[in-house]
Design a protein around this ligand. Structure first.
Ligand code: SF4
Length: 69
């Protein structure tokens, strides 16, 4: 899985950083950026939570095939 943040939609509320602090950080512009790529499998659920909770719908998951069954 890869993840992208659309900085135009990010409003800097940091919910993604709270959900996955090793994956997201806030840059000097107050926008979230991805700090870890590719995303390790054990962090996929945390990234999905971040994407779901993002108030700006700014987090895009690429190549996410959903939770392992
Ligand atoms: S949760 Fe969404 S809006 Fe908030 S900082 Fe992260 S990417 Fe930006």
């Amino acid at each position: 899985m890869r993840v992208e943040v659309d900085s135009r939609r990010c409003c800097g509320y940091r919910l993604c950083v709270e959900a996955a602090p090793d994956v997201f950080r806030i840059n000097a512009m107050g926008k979230a950026v991805v700090a870890l790529e590719p995303i390790p499998a054990e962090r996929h659920d945390a990234v999905r939570t971040a994407a779901r909770e993002c108030p700006g719908a700014a987090i895009k998951l690429i190549g996410d095939e959903g939770p392992a069954r």
